[in-house]
Design a protein around this ligand. Sequence first.
Ligand code: BGC
Length: 755
Amino acid sequence: MDIKALVSQMTLEEKAGLCSGLDFWHTKPVERLGVPAVMVSDGPHGLRKQDQEADHLGINDSIKAVCMPAACATAASFDRDMIEKMGEAIGDSCQHEQLSVVLGPAVNIKRSPLCGRNFEYFSEDPYLAGEMSAAYINGVQSRNVGTSIKHFAANNQEHRRMSSSSNADERTLREIYLPAFETSVKKAQPWTVMCSYNRINGVYASENPWLLTDVLRKEWGFEGYVMSDWGAVSDRVAGLAAGLDLEMPASGGINDAKIVEAVRSGKLDEKLLDQAVERILTINYRYLENAKPETPWDMEAQHLLSAEIAGDCMVLLKNEGVLPLKEDEEAAFIGEFAVKPRYQGGGSSHINSFKTTSAMEAAQGKPVIYAQGYSAAEDTATDEMIAEAVAAAKKAKVAVVFAGLPDSYESEGYDRTHMQLPACQNKLIEAVAQVNPNTVVVLHNGSPVEMPWIGKVKAVLEAYLGGQAVGLATVRVLYGEVNPSGHLPETFPVKLSDNPSYLFYGGEGNEADYREGVFVGYRYYDKKQMPVLFPFGYGLSYTTFAYSDLRLSASEITDQDTLDVTVKVTNTGSRFGKTVVQLYVGEKQSEVLRPVRELKGFQKVALQPGESKDVTFTLCKRAFAYWNTQIHDWHVKTGEFTIEVGQSSRDIDVSATVKVTSTVKIKQHYTMDSIFMDIMSDPAAVQVMAPLLEGIRKTLVPDSAEGTDAAKEAVSDEMGMAMLQYMPLRGALSFGGGIVTQEMMDGLLNQLNNL
Ligand code: BGC
C-alpha cells in the first residue's frame, strides 16, 4: 500500500478523524477510500478482547482466552527465550482474533512495593525489564501483529495516576526509568508505544515533545506510532505537535474538530497531521497485509505452555530440607488459594480464562487433604477455619499453606497502603507452623510482602501471579517434577519503611518527587549495606551450582572496545536444574554518586548433574557508563571497574577488575571560582598549573624553612595539597605571597580554557 498516496487523497476531516479511535478498541475506517478499521486489545499476558460492552478497567467480560503468568512472574524466569515463546503464542492468538496490536508489555520500574500495578511490571532493574520486554516484543511481532510498550514513561504509581507529575532529574530518568523502553525500541522496534497518564517534570507524557519526539524517535529511532493511554489526552493539538499520533479511545469527535480548527487557523502545520496519519496507517496496513485469521488458537496447548512457563518463574525463597515433597507422604494443602488460586491482577490486564488448574486439582491422586483456612473475598479466618486447618496440619507430615494477596489488595487504579499479607493469613500460617514442623508457604502476590513468620516455616515458594495453570506448576515444583529456577526480579525488604522511596512515594498533591534518584531497589540497599529479607536476583534450587574460572578478554580497554567476560558454571548437585548467571558492574572509586553494582548481563543456563558450561557475556561502553548531565550523554570516566558474577546481588561467586579509559574529552570551562581539585583532575591542566603551584608551595613552606624538620612536620606536601584542593583559583591572589597578579591569572585561565 502506498501510504503517502493514500493520505494525499484524504480530506482534512478524514485525517483528523484517523488520529483518534472509532470507539474503545478500533481505529476509524475511511470507507470512501476503502480504509478499514483495525482493532487493538489489552493483554499483555493473554488477550482481553472485548466484544460488546467496552471498558478499560477489566470490569466487563471479554472473550475466553488463556491467562499466562503476569510480568512480575515472567521477569523472575530471567529467561529471554521463554518469554519470547510466550510472545509467539500471544501473537498467534492475536492473528486468530484479528487484532492488529496487543497492548503491552508494561515495563515501568517497580519503584516502591506499593504500586498497585507492580504485578504488571517486570522489575526494579531497568536492564532486566528491558531485556525481557524486548524478547516478548520480538515473540509477538514475529507473528506480524504489533505490541504497544507502555506506559511511557515514569508511571510508577497509581495514586493520582492521571494528574500526578513524576519529578525526576535527568540522570535518574536516563539511568532508571527510560532504559527499558530504550532497549525495547532498539532491540525489538515495537509497532506502537503507549504514552502514560502522568506528567513528567510537569508536562503530560501525552504532550511532551522531549519524550515523544526527541528521545523516542530522534535518539532511539522509533518508527511506529504513539498512542495515548486510555483518556490520557489533555491538550490534543499540543499532543499532536509533540508526537502523539493516535488518541485512544474515541474523543466523541471533539478533539478531531480541534485538530481541524488548529490546521485551518495555522496553529498546527498540516504536515504534522499527515505524518501522524501516515504512521498510524503504515502500522495498520502492516497488520492488514499480513493478517492470517485462519491461524489456529489451541487453547489447551497454550494452557500447558502457561504451566511450563509458570514452573520456570517460581522462586524458591527458603528450603530447610522439606522440599521437594515425597509422592507418598500425606500433605495438607491449607488456604483457599489451593482451590481458587490468585493468578492474575485486577484492571485492564484481567483475562477471562477459559479454564484454571488449582493445586488441589493438580495434586489429584496424591495423598493430599485440604482445609480452607481463610476466605480471600471476605478477608477473614474464622476460629472454625483456623481449627480445621490446625487439625489438618496435625494429621499430615507436611503442611503447605497457600497464602497471598486477595484481589482487592493489589490492582490497577490504586496503590497498596502497606506491604503486609492479610492479618488472617499471617495468623493462619503461625497457627499451622506451631503444630506442624514441616510447614511450607506458597505465595501468590504481584509484589513483595512482609513475612513475620519467616523463621517459623521450613520453606517458602514465591509463585507470584502465575497464570491460569499456576496450580499445575506449583504442584510440579513442590513435588520436584520441576526444579525451581526463578530468581527475584526485585528486592524483598524486611519492612516497607526500608524502601528508598518510602519518604516520598505518592508525593504531595500532584507532585511526586523521585528524591531517591538512581538509588532504586538493590542500588539503594547494597549501597546502604542494609539487611533485606531476600535480595535482588535471589532464588534457590533443588540442586547447587558453582561459578568459577572467571576470564576477561582484556585487563584494560577503552570505552570504544568491547570486553568478553567468561565464567564456568557447574551443576554440583544431583538433579537437573537451571541457574541464572548474573553479571554486575561497579565503578571502584567514583566521584559521581553511583550504585555499588548494577546488573549488566544475565543468562539462564540448564545443566545436568555434574555438567559444566562456559557462559560468555560481551560488555560495551554502556555497561560502564553513567548519564552525564554536562554532555547529555552516556559517559565513562577513566577508572577501574569491578566485574562480579554471582547468583544474586548479594551472592557474588567470582570477580575481576578491568580498567576502562575514556576516549571522550569533556570540555571544561574554568573560572576564578574553579577549585584546584577539579582543575588538577585533568592531567593536561596539571602542567599548566605547575608554576603557580610551585609559587604557592613556596609561600606555604618558605625556602628558609625548607629542610627543617619542624617545617616538614608542619606542612608536608600532601597536607599542603589537601588544604589547597578545595581552594578556588582566586585564592592564589590572597595566598600567592604577593607574587601572583591578576594578569598572570588571566593568562593561566586562557591557557586552561584552550587545552
Ligand atoms: C491502562 C492501559 C490499558 C488501557 C486500555 C488503561 O487504563 O492504563 O494499560 O491498556 O487502559 O484498557
